[in-house]
Design a protein around this ligand. Structure first.
Ligand code: NAD
Length: 301
Protein backbone atom coordinates (compact mmCIF):
# COMPACT_ATOMS: atom_id res chain seq x y z
CA UNK A 1 0.00 0.00 0.00
CA UNK A 2 1.16 3.49 -0.70
CA UNK A 3 1.82 5.33 2.57
CA UNK A 4 1.08 8.91 3.65
CA UNK A 5 3.91 11.07 5.00
CA UNK A 6 4.19 14.65 6.11
CA UNK A 7 6.28 16.94 3.87
CA UNK A 8 9.95 17.55 4.63
CA UNK A 9 12.00 20.43 3.21
CA UNK A 10 13.30 18.19 0.42
CA UNK A 11 10.09 16.86 -1.04
CA UNK A 12 6.43 17.63 -1.48
CA UNK A 13 3.59 15.36 -2.52
CA UNK A 14 0.39 16.23 -4.34
CA UNK A 15 -2.36 13.72 -3.92
CA UNK A 16 -4.92 13.37 -6.69
CA UNK A 17 -5.69 17.04 -7.14
CA UNK A 18 -8.13 18.29 -9.75
CA UNK A 19 -8.70 21.70 -11.25
CA UNK A 20 -12.10 21.67 -9.52
CA UNK A 21 -10.23 21.62 -6.19
CA UNK A 22 -8.85 25.07 -6.91
CA UNK A 23 -5.66 24.25 -8.79
CA UNK A 24 -3.84 27.35 -9.99
CA UNK A 25 -3.34 27.66 -13.73
CA UNK A 26 0.34 27.58 -14.70
CA UNK A 27 1.88 30.29 -16.84
CA UNK A 28 3.71 27.65 -18.88
CA UNK A 29 1.42 25.96 -21.40
CA UNK A 30 0.62 22.32 -20.75
CA UNK A 31 2.67 20.31 -23.27
CA UNK A 32 -0.44 18.28 -24.05
CA UNK A 33 -2.78 21.21 -24.57
CA UNK A 34 -0.28 22.77 -26.97
CA UNK A 35 0.07 19.45 -28.82
CA UNK A 36 -3.69 19.01 -29.30
CA UNK A 37 -5.76 16.53 -27.34
CA UNK A 38 -4.45 12.98 -27.72
CA UNK A 39 -6.73 10.10 -26.81
CA UNK A 40 -6.21 8.56 -23.38
CA UNK A 41 -5.90 4.79 -22.97
CA UNK A 42 -4.58 4.60 -19.37
CA UNK A 43 -1.60 2.56 -20.59
CA UNK A 44 0.39 3.33 -17.45
CA UNK A 45 -2.34 2.88 -14.85
CA UNK A 46 -0.95 1.54 -11.53
CA UNK A 47 2.60 2.35 -12.60
CA UNK A 48 4.94 4.72 -10.79
CA UNK A 49 7.39 6.66 -12.96
CA UNK A 50 10.39 8.50 -11.57
CA UNK A 51 11.72 11.13 -13.96
CA UNK A 52 15.07 12.78 -13.24
CA UNK A 53 15.54 16.33 -14.49
CA UNK A 54 11.77 16.43 -14.76
CA UNK A 55 11.35 20.10 -13.86
CA UNK A 56 11.45 21.42 -17.41
CA UNK A 57 12.10 20.55 -21.05
CA UNK A 58 11.96 16.92 -22.14
CA UNK A 59 11.49 15.60 -18.59
CA UNK A 60 8.47 17.85 -18.05
CA UNK A 61 6.92 16.69 -21.34
CA UNK A 62 7.44 13.05 -20.28
CA UNK A 63 5.83 13.72 -16.88
CA UNK A 64 2.72 15.06 -18.63
CA UNK A 65 2.60 12.24 -21.20
CA UNK A 66 2.92 9.51 -18.55
CA UNK A 67 0.43 11.12 -16.15
CA UNK A 68 -2.08 11.44 -18.96
CA UNK A 69 -1.87 7.65 -19.28
CA UNK A 70 -2.54 7.19 -15.57
CA UNK A 71 0.95 6.85 -14.06
CA UNK A 72 1.83 8.24 -10.65
CA UNK A 73 4.79 10.55 -11.07
CA UNK A 74 7.88 11.36 -9.00
CA UNK A 75 9.64 14.39 -10.46
CA UNK A 76 13.27 14.57 -9.31
CA UNK A 77 15.66 17.42 -10.09
CA UNK A 78 17.79 20.04 -8.42
CA UNK A 79 15.54 23.06 -8.78
CA UNK A 80 12.84 22.75 -6.16
CA UNK A 81 10.50 25.37 -7.63
CA UNK A 82 10.50 23.61 -11.01
CA UNK A 83 9.84 20.09 -9.74
CA UNK A 84 7.10 21.35 -7.43
CA UNK A 85 5.49 23.24 -10.25
CA UNK A 86 5.48 20.20 -12.58
CA UNK A 87 4.25 17.83 -9.85
CA UNK A 88 1.45 20.25 -8.94
CA UNK A 89 0.37 20.89 -12.54
CA UNK A 90 0.36 17.20 -13.42
CA UNK A 91 -1.65 16.32 -10.30
CA UNK A 92 -4.16 19.05 -11.14
CA UNK A 93 -4.51 18.18 -14.79
CA UNK A 94 -4.72 14.39 -14.54
CA UNK A 95 -5.69 13.66 -10.94
CA UNK A 96 -2.74 11.30 -10.42
CA UNK A 97 -0.58 11.16 -7.31
CA UNK A 98 2.69 13.04 -7.71
CA UNK A 99 5.82 13.74 -5.72
CA UNK A 100 8.29 16.57 -6.19
CA UNK A 101 11.67 15.64 -4.85
CA UNK A 102 14.96 17.51 -4.86
CA UNK A 103 17.68 15.36 -6.36
CA UNK A 104 21.16 16.02 -7.68
CA UNK A 105 22.07 12.96 -9.74
CA UNK A 106 25.74 13.89 -9.40
CA UNK A 107 25.51 13.29 -5.65
CA UNK A 108 25.05 9.68 -4.51
CA UNK A 109 23.56 10.72 -1.15
CA UNK A 110 21.05 13.04 -2.77
CA UNK A 111 19.96 10.26 -5.15
CA UNK A 112 19.65 7.87 -2.21
CA UNK A 113 17.43 10.34 -0.33
CA UNK A 114 15.24 10.95 -3.39
CA UNK A 115 14.66 7.22 -3.87
CA UNK A 116 13.98 6.76 -0.15
CA UNK A 117 11.34 9.56 -0.19
CA UNK A 118 9.76 8.05 -3.29
CA UNK A 119 9.64 4.64 -1.70
CA UNK A 120 8.11 6.02 1.52
CA UNK A 121 5.53 7.98 -0.39
CA UNK A 122 4.43 5.27 -2.79
CA UNK A 123 5.27 2.14 -0.83
CA UNK A 124 7.94 1.00 -3.28
CA UNK A 125 10.38 2.06 -5.94
CA UNK A 126 9.55 3.19 -9.47
CA UNK A 127 8.22 0.76 -12.08
CA UNK A 128 9.49 3.12 -14.74
CA UNK A 129 12.74 5.08 -14.44
CA UNK A 130 13.48 7.86 -16.90
CA UNK A 131 17.11 8.95 -16.67
CA UNK A 132 16.65 12.34 -18.26
CA UNK A 133 18.79 14.72 -16.14
CA UNK A 134 21.63 16.00 -18.24
CA UNK A 135 24.03 18.84 -18.90
CA UNK A 136 25.72 19.97 -22.10
CA UNK A 137 28.59 22.43 -22.30
CA UNK A 138 30.55 23.21 -25.41
CA UNK A 139 34.30 23.90 -25.50
CA UNK A 140 37.16 23.14 -27.87
CA UNK A 141 38.88 19.98 -26.69
CA UNK A 142 42.02 21.81 -25.49
CA UNK A 143 39.83 23.98 -23.23
CA UNK A 144 37.94 20.97 -21.88
CA UNK A 145 39.47 20.79 -18.44
CA UNK A 146 39.34 17.93 -15.97
CA UNK A 147 36.45 19.51 -14.02
CA UNK A 148 34.24 19.92 -17.06
CA UNK A 149 35.00 16.39 -18.21
CA UNK A 150 34.13 14.98 -14.77
CA UNK A 151 30.95 17.08 -14.56
CA UNK A 152 29.60 15.52 -17.75
CA UNK A 153 30.48 12.01 -16.71
CA UNK A 154 29.04 12.52 -13.21
CA UNK A 155 25.69 13.92 -14.30
CA UNK A 156 25.05 12.25 -17.65
CA UNK A 157 26.63 8.83 -17.16
CA UNK A 158 27.22 8.12 -13.47
CA UNK A 159 23.88 9.79 -12.61
CA UNK A 160 22.19 7.30 -14.93
CA UNK A 161 24.12 4.43 -13.35
CA UNK A 162 23.25 5.57 -9.80
CA UNK A 163 19.52 5.94 -10.37
CA UNK A 164 19.30 2.68 -12.30
CA UNK A 165 21.13 0.82 -9.56
CA UNK A 166 18.59 1.99 -6.99
CA UNK A 167 15.56 1.34 -9.20
CA UNK A 168 16.50 -2.10 -10.49
CA UNK A 169 16.10 -4.27 -7.36
CA UNK A 170 12.39 -3.36 -7.04
CA UNK A 171 11.83 -4.00 -10.75
CA UNK A 172 13.54 -7.39 -10.48
CA UNK A 173 11.40 -8.21 -7.48
CA UNK A 174 8.19 -7.37 -9.36
CA UNK A 175 9.30 -9.00 -12.59
CA UNK A 176 8.43 -5.86 -14.52
CA UNK A 177 10.26 -2.62 -15.19
CA UNK A 178 11.27 -0.01 -17.69
CA UNK A 179 14.52 1.93 -17.78
CA UNK A 180 14.49 4.71 -20.35
CA UNK A 181 17.70 6.67 -20.79
CA UNK A 182 17.52 10.00 -22.56
CA UNK A 183 20.83 9.92 -24.41
CA UNK A 184 21.43 11.87 -27.63
CA UNK A 185 22.46 11.40 -31.24
CA UNK A 186 25.77 12.67 -29.81
CA UNK A 187 25.89 9.26 -28.12
CA UNK A 188 26.12 7.65 -31.56
CA UNK A 189 28.24 10.08 -33.48
CA UNK A 190 30.63 12.94 -32.72
CA UNK A 191 30.62 16.67 -33.32
CA UNK A 192 33.16 19.44 -32.74
CA UNK A 193 33.31 21.07 -29.29
CA UNK A 194 31.24 18.48 -27.43
CA UNK A 195 33.80 15.78 -26.64
CA UNK A 196 32.83 15.53 -22.95
CA UNK A 197 29.10 15.52 -23.66
CA UNK A 198 29.44 13.07 -26.53
CA UNK A 199 31.69 10.72 -24.54
CA UNK A 200 29.21 10.70 -21.64
CA UNK A 201 26.28 9.91 -23.94
CA UNK A 202 28.25 7.16 -25.73
CA UNK A 203 28.73 5.73 -22.24
CA UNK A 204 24.99 5.84 -21.63
CA UNK A 205 24.43 3.72 -24.75
CA UNK A 206 27.00 1.16 -23.57
CA UNK A 207 25.29 0.95 -20.19
CA UNK A 208 21.86 0.65 -21.87
CA UNK A 209 22.87 -2.18 -24.19
CA UNK A 210 24.74 -4.21 -21.59
CA UNK A 211 22.04 -3.94 -18.93
CA UNK A 212 19.32 -4.74 -21.47
CA UNK A 213 21.02 -8.05 -22.22
CA UNK A 214 21.61 -8.77 -18.54
CA UNK A 215 17.95 -8.33 -17.53
CA UNK A 216 16.34 -9.41 -20.82
CA UNK A 217 14.64 -12.46 -19.30
CA UNK A 218 13.21 -10.65 -16.26
CA UNK A 219 10.32 -8.59 -17.64
CA UNK A 220 12.45 -5.44 -17.61
CA UNK A 221 13.42 -3.51 -20.72
CA UNK A 222 16.24 -0.99 -20.96
CA UNK A 223 16.35 1.43 -23.86
CA UNK A 224 17.78 4.78 -24.86
CA UNK A 225 16.22 7.64 -26.76
CA UNK A 226 18.57 9.70 -28.89
CA UNK A 227 17.09 13.09 -29.69
CA UNK A 228 18.52 15.59 -32.15
CA UNK A 229 18.20 19.27 -31.27
CA UNK A 230 15.10 19.68 -29.09
CA UNK A 231 13.27 22.94 -28.45
CA UNK A 232 14.27 23.30 -24.77
CA UNK A 233 16.42 25.52 -22.57
CA UNK A 234 19.44 23.34 -23.36
CA UNK A 235 19.19 24.29 -27.02
CA UNK A 236 18.47 27.94 -26.16
CA UNK A 237 21.74 28.00 -24.21
CA UNK A 238 23.48 26.45 -27.23
CA UNK A 239 22.11 29.24 -29.39
CA UNK A 240 23.33 31.88 -26.91
CA UNK A 241 26.73 30.25 -27.00
CA UNK A 242 26.89 30.34 -30.81
CA UNK A 243 25.84 34.02 -30.74
CA UNK A 244 28.54 34.84 -28.17
CA UNK A 245 31.29 32.91 -29.93
CA UNK A 246 30.54 33.72 -33.60
CA UNK A 247 28.66 37.04 -33.56
CA UNK A 248 25.80 35.45 -35.54
CA UNK A 249 22.27 36.63 -34.74
CA UNK A 250 20.09 34.33 -32.62
CA UNK A 251 17.88 33.66 -35.68
CA UNK A 252 20.91 32.66 -37.76
CA UNK A 253 22.21 30.44 -34.96
CA UNK A 254 18.80 28.76 -34.69
CA UNK A 255 18.75 28.26 -38.46
CA UNK A 256 22.13 26.47 -38.24
CA UNK A 257 20.76 24.05 -35.65
CA UNK A 258 17.56 23.46 -37.62
CA UNK A 259 19.55 22.67 -40.77
CA UNK A 260 21.26 19.80 -38.93
CA UNK A 261 17.96 17.96 -39.50
CA UNK A 262 16.68 17.03 -42.96
CA UNK A 263 13.31 18.25 -41.63
CA UNK A 264 14.89 21.68 -41.04
CA UNK A 265 13.35 22.06 -37.59
CA UNK A 266 13.89 21.34 -33.93
CA UNK A 267 12.26 18.31 -32.35
CA UNK A 268 9.71 19.00 -29.59
CA UNK A 269 9.80 17.58 -26.08
CA UNK A 270 6.40 16.02 -26.77
CA UNK A 271 7.82 14.01 -29.69
CA UNK A 272 10.48 12.58 -27.37
CA UNK A 273 7.78 11.92 -24.75
CA UNK A 274 5.66 10.02 -27.28
CA UNK A 275 8.48 7.53 -27.82
CA UNK A 276 9.16 7.33 -24.09
CA UNK A 277 5.48 6.43 -23.61
CA UNK A 278 5.71 3.60 -26.13
CA UNK A 279 8.83 2.24 -24.39
CA UNK A 280 7.18 2.55 -20.97
CA UNK A 281 3.95 0.80 -21.93
CA UNK A 282 3.08 -2.86 -22.51
CA UNK A 283 3.07 -2.10 -26.25
CA UNK A 284 6.83 -1.57 -26.04
CA UNK A 285 7.68 -4.83 -24.28
CA UNK A 286 9.49 -6.25 -27.32
CA UNK A 287 11.81 -3.26 -27.62
CA UNK A 288 14.95 -3.85 -25.58
CA UNK A 289 18.55 -2.67 -25.76
CA UNK A 290 17.74 -0.14 -28.46
CA UNK A 291 18.94 3.41 -28.98
CA UNK A 292 16.20 5.08 -31.00
CA UNK A 293 16.71 8.44 -32.68
CA UNK A 294 14.12 11.22 -32.60
CA UNK A 295 15.95 13.62 -34.86
CA UNK A 296 14.09 13.97 -38.14
CA UNK A 297 16.67 11.76 -39.87
CA UNK A 298 19.87 13.58 -38.90
CA UNK A 299 21.62 10.31 -37.98
CA UNK A 300 20.65 7.16 -39.86
CA UNK A 301 22.03 4.49 -37.51
P1 NAD B 1 17.10 21.13 -19.98
O1 NAD B 1 18.39 21.79 -19.69
O2 NAD B 1 15.90 21.94 -20.26
O3 NAD B 1 16.73 20.10 -18.83
C1 NAD B 1 17.68 19.34 -18.17
C2 NAD B 1 17.11 18.95 -16.84
O4 NAD B 1 18.11 18.20 -16.14
C3 NAD B 1 16.78 20.15 -15.98
O5 NAD B 1 15.57 19.91 -15.30
C4 NAD B 1 17.94 20.22 -14.99
O6 NAD B 1 17.61 20.80 -13.77
C5 NAD B 1 18.23 18.73 -14.85
N1 NAD B 1 19.56 18.48 -14.31
C6 NAD B 1 20.75 18.91 -14.76
N2 NAD B 1 21.73 18.49 -13.94
C7 NAD B 1 21.13 17.77 -12.98
C8 NAD B 1 21.60 17.07 -11.83
N3 NAD B 1 22.89 17.06 -11.51
N4 NAD B 1 20.71 16.43 -11.05
C9 NAD B 1 19.39 16.44 -11.34
N5 NAD B 1 18.88 17.10 -12.40
C10 NAD B 1 19.74 17.76 -13.19
O7 NAD B 1 17.41 20.17 -21.21
P2 NAD B 1 16.54 19.08 -21.99
O8 NAD B 1 16.71 19.38 -23.43
O9 NAD B 1 15.19 18.92 -21.43
O10 NAD B 1 17.46 17.79 -21.67
C11 NAD B 1 16.97 16.59 -21.13
C12 NAD B 1 17.86 15.46 -21.58
O11 NAD B 1 17.80 15.34 -22.99
C13 NAD B 1 19.34 15.64 -21.23
O12 NAD B 1 19.88 14.41 -20.79
C14 NAD B 1 19.96 16.03 -22.55
O13 NAD B 1 21.32 15.67 -22.65
C15 NAD B 1 19.10 15.26 -23.53
N6 NAD B 1 19.13 15.80 -24.88
C16 NAD B 1 18.74 17.08 -25.11
C17 NAD B 1 18.82 17.56 -26.41
C18 NAD B 1 18.44 18.98 -26.76
O14 NAD B 1 18.66 19.40 -27.90
N7 NAD B 1 17.83 19.76 -25.87
C19 NAD B 1 19.27 16.75 -27.45
C20 NAD B 1 19.64 15.45 -27.16
C21 NAD B 1 19.57 14.98 -25.86
Amino acid sequence: MRGKRSATPLWMSFRKKRQTEGCRTSKAPSPLRSAGAPQIFMKLENRLALITGGGRGIGRAIAFAFAREGASIAVAARTRAQVESVAYEVACEFGVETLAVECDVADAESVGRAFAHTSEQFGGGPDILVNNAGIAETYPFVKTDEAMWQRHLEVNLTGTFRCTRLALPGMLEHGWGRVINIASIAGKTGAPYISAYSASKHGVLGLTRSLALEVGATGITVNAICPGYVDTEMTSRGIENIVAKTGKSADDALAVLKRASPQNRLVTGEEVAALALLLASEDGRGINGQAINVDGGTVLF
